[in-house]
Design a protein around this ligand. Sequence first.
Ligand SMILES: [Ca+2]
Ligand SMILES: [Ca+2]
Length: 87
Amino acid sequence: MKLAIATTAAALALGVTAASAADMSFEDLDTNSDGALSMTEVEAAYPSIDEVQFGTFDADGDTTLDEAEFTSLSQEMDANSTSKDDT
Ligand SMILES: [Ca+2]
Ligand SMILES: [Ca+2]
């Protein structure tokens, strides 16, 4: 996982955080391919998320996260959690 670590470090050095917490993209998490992530789908990447956090990022209040909303969430979650690497 050296490349992933280096990539993350480079991203942090640039002040940019990619959606990298679980190495899962929006498309990966959208298991029913409806173009939005339910809380259940988000939990696959962020098991610790709760309804309050989810709601915070659900900007339009439709109870799902679109790609922009998920990007905001993933950036916040990555910033707040220690990096987990299963190597
Ligand atoms: Ca979905
Ligand atoms: Ca939404």
